[in-house]
Design a protein around this ligand. Structure first.
Ligand code: GLY
Length: 386
């Protein structure tokens, strides 16, 4: 029998209603002993994940209209204003931070201040574009011996929707042009022949020439860090949605097909598809993000069938296949990795930031966010964020 996604959505609402009550004012990244930490102080306020709890609150608000979710989301968004005063705190993750917060608020309530914040963030993101190599610079230097001036990372595909949004909002093509140029560079330099995806590519920042790629947060050079695969899967799907360019749809399909054939029997996703069999580290954020990407791709392909013809029936078959892939991973998360206890702050329990980190398999806020987004997509509760 199929899963009862409605029942799961109701369990999430019950839990998150208790979670928001006892975490007012916090911006969590992880949970220790089932209690959220807080990244809202000065040294952590620019952390790249700080928008995800805001996004969680807006998704919950959209589903329940409970004002507490809204009030806490607005408070979090206001706190993040401190980032605009810290040049180094601003990086390419402007999309991850201001789409689930300010753009979400603006979409729901047309708040002028929220629009202003999101446009400032978009302008800063656009300012990271390297015209020599047609890519958006990922990070700022970390104060060690690594020069990251010419580095781009696949994760940035998820930040591009902030630029698509800004162009549409302002009626100004510049932001979208930068997003398209970056997406084309990513398509050419990050996607391997077999549909797997690199994490970091370094370019010569002065000539724009490809230099080399790096294993980044995955197992190593040439490997397939699963969250990176998901940023590409969902990111190219979104670039197709925002531009209608078929090449992005084809790229999303190529990545999705490779990912789908590597989903393990039990539906739980490893940190890297090419990691050794032991230790069998899991990253549930990858399962949750991939599920969102698969569902959105299935939707797009399902809608295309309206045009008829054999390509359309291919689209229909792919659409079913991708929805099944998402449902398999979400069922696995629900049964094997979800903590619905309202007394515990975290939802997903086995997330991993990077393969070579000291710690593995702990709660991470964007795992919770994307799990909720995926369940909301299946049950018609979603506020479209990206
Ligand atoms: N964007 C960084 C990560 O996925 O860990």
């Amino acid at each position: 029998m199929g899963k009862n996604w409605e029942e799961i959505a109701e369990k999430i609402i019950k839990k998150e209603t208790a979670v928001v009550e006892r975490n007012k004012g916090k911006i969590p990244y992880t949970a220790k002993n089932h209690v959220f930490d807080d990244r809202s102080d000065k040294k952590d306020i620019c952390w790249w994940t700080n928008g995800f709890y805001g996004g969680t609150l807006w998704q919950l608000y959209n589903a329940t209209k409970n004002d507490l979710f809204k009030d806490c989301a607005v408070e979090l968004e206001n706190k993040m204003d401190a980032c605009f005063m810290d040049y180094n705190g601003m990086d390419h993750d402007a999309g991850f931070r201001w789409l689930p917060t300010s753009v979400a608020n603006y979409r729901l309530f047309q708040e002028k201040e929220s629009k202003n914040r999101a446009l400032l963030a978009a302008a800063n993101l656009a300012g990271r574009f390297n015209l020599n190599g047609n890519f958006i610079r990922a990070w700022n230097d970390w104060g060690d011996d690594r020069d990251t001036t010419g580095w781009a990372i696949i994760d940035c595909m998820m930040n591009l929707p902030l630029l698509y949004w800004a162009s549409k909002e302002l009626g100004d093509p510049r932001f979208k042009a930068i997003a398209v140029a970056h997406a084309d560079t990513a398509m050419k330099n990050f996607i391997r022949e077999d549909g797997s995806v690199r994490h970091i590519v370094g370019f010569d920042p002065a000539t724009g020439e490809y230099d080399r790629d790096y294993g980044g947060q995955g197992y190593g050079e040439g490997s397939s860090w699963t969250r990176g695969q998901t940023w590409a899967l969902y990111g190219f799907t979104l670039s197709y949605i925002h531009t209608g360019e078929k090449r992005y749809l084809e790229t999303a399909i190529k990545v999705a097909d490779r990912f789908a054939e590597r989903i393990p029997e039990n539906g739980l996703i490893p940190v890297d598809f090419d990691q050794p069999a032991e230790p069998a580290y899991i990253d549930s954020t990858a399962a949750a993000i991939a599920s969102c990407g698969f569902i959105e791709l299935a939707k797009v392909l399902g809608e295309n069938k309206a045009s008829g013809g054999s390509a359309a029936s291919d689209g229909e078959a792919l659409s079913k296949k991708y929805l099944a892939a998402a449902e398999k991973m979400l069922s696995a998360l629900d049964e094997l990795d979800c903590d619905y206890n309202p007394d515990h702050d975290e939802l997903l329990t086995r997330c991993t930031a990077a393969y070579h980190d000291k710690d593995h398999e702990f709660p991470i806020i964007y795992g919770d966010y994307y799990y909720i987004e995926a369940i909301w997509k299946l049950t018609g509760r979603e506020l479209f964020i990206w």
